[in-house]
Design a protein around this ligand. Structure first.
Ligand SMILES: NC(=O)c1ccc[n+]([C@@H]2O[C@H](COP(=O)([O-])OP(=O)(O)OC[C@H]3O[C@@H](n4cnc5c(N)ncnc54)[C@H](O)[C@@H]3O)[C@@H](O)[C@H]2O)c1
Length: 311
């Protein structure tokens, strides 16, 4: 089998697949059009997010048997087209779920205890105690939307913090020892903290908008490590300004490029500037699933799945 690697990943992918006799070719620089010209030569693709694999691309990939995404989210791939063309889809969310879960808890603790502001102040010779009084997680209700790999790992990581964890998911009967499944209405009524763990698709694009926020009963903290476009940013900004959202921890932004490698500078606007300057917001550059450990685990899960299906 001939596999095209389109992104840099942990070297274990190359080492282990070569050892199993797969033929590998690396191309980390060619554009979408350049890859399109030669894609009919390959049986498999291994990618992170460098190139969108749309319908046109997949229809030209005449011999493609699988796409392996070293990561969790699959929104850069036309899933319907892949299904119609019988192209197998492989991802490795087991590899970065613990990283995401720790990142959620880390961001929340930093936000609620004002650690990022207090630290900068002290380093600048400012010693403010009352202004930097924290808010405890203990006793709060933590609401998760989307109880898959990331949602479950987050709930597990929260056990021990003394929070009540509830979640809403479109699939039934997912409750476990770490969290209780509730309707969306109950979640909106009870949650003090809202954390998104849904995929990005037509049904979840801008799920959190002005209408959604207006249905939240309490003022709440908001965490997003899912995808920037799950949230309508102007509604988010408005809610932070009027106090409905007490603080936001954002690892993903609506204004990211689809490769996640940078912000799309053409989308610079007042809302983004607010998020980047507000004391009530912390932002990280799409690194929730990005630890030293997850780099290796993401790669190992991908290799194991390719070998199990195609060796
Ligand atoms: N920031 C990062 O570095 C990072 C890392 C990993 C994953 N992610 C993102 O986290 C998100 C979750 O990933 P995952 O691997 O847990 O996905 P998953 O498919 O395992 O779980 C998603 C869950 O959401 C549920 N769901 C779908 N639509 C819903 C809706 N409208 N309302 C309620 N629930 C709904 C599904 O039934 C499923 O249980 C994805 O967007 C992924 O791209 C981000």
């Amino acid at each position: 089998m001939k596999i095209l690697l389109l992104d840099h990943n942990h070297p274990l992918i190359t080492e282990q697949l070569l050892a199993k006799g797969f033929i590998l070719e690396e191309d980390f620089t060619s554009s979408y059009d350049e890859v399109l010209q030669k894609i009919d030569r390959y049986d498999g693709i291994i990618i992170r997010s460098r190139i969108p694999l749309d319908k046109n691309f997949l229809e030209n990939a005449k011999n493609l048997k699988f796409i392996a995404r070293v990561g969790a989210g699959m929104e850069n791939i036309d899933l319907n087209a892949a299904k119609d063309l019988s192209i197998e889809l492989i991802n490795s969310p087991e590899g970065n779920r613990d990283s995401v879960a720790e990142h959620v808890v880390a961001m929340l603790l930093i936000l609620m205890n004002r650690l990022f502001i207090a630290s900068i102040e002290v380093k600048n010779g400012i010693w403010k105690r009352e202004e930097n009084r924290g808010d405890e997680l203990l006793g709060k209700t933590f609401g998760i939307i989307g109880y898959g790999n990331m949602g479950k790992a987050t709930a597990k990581r929260l056990s021990g913090f003394g929070v009540k964890v509830i979640f809403h998911d479109i699939l039934p009967d997912l409750g476990d020892e770490f969290a209780t499944q509730v309707s969306l209405e109950t979640l909106q009524k009870e949650a003090d903290i809202l954390s998104l763990h849904i995929p990005l698709d037509n049904s979840t694009k801008y799920l959190v908008d002005e209408n959604f926020i207006s249905k939240m009963n309490k003022n709440f903290y908001f965490v997003n490590t899912a995808r920037g476009k799950n949230v309508n940013t102007s509604a988010l900004v408005k809610a932070i300004k009027n106090g409905k959202i007490l603080g936001a921890a954002l690892d993903v932004l609506e204004y990211e490029k689809s490769s996640f490698e940078n912000l799309d500078s053409s989308l610079d606007n007042e809302d983004l500037q607010f998020l980047l300057t507000s004391e009530k917001v912390i932002v990280t550059p799409h690194i929730a699933g990005w630890t030293h450990q997850s780099k290796e685990k993401l790669a190992q899960f991908i290799v194991d799945k390719i070998v199990a299906k195609f060796y």
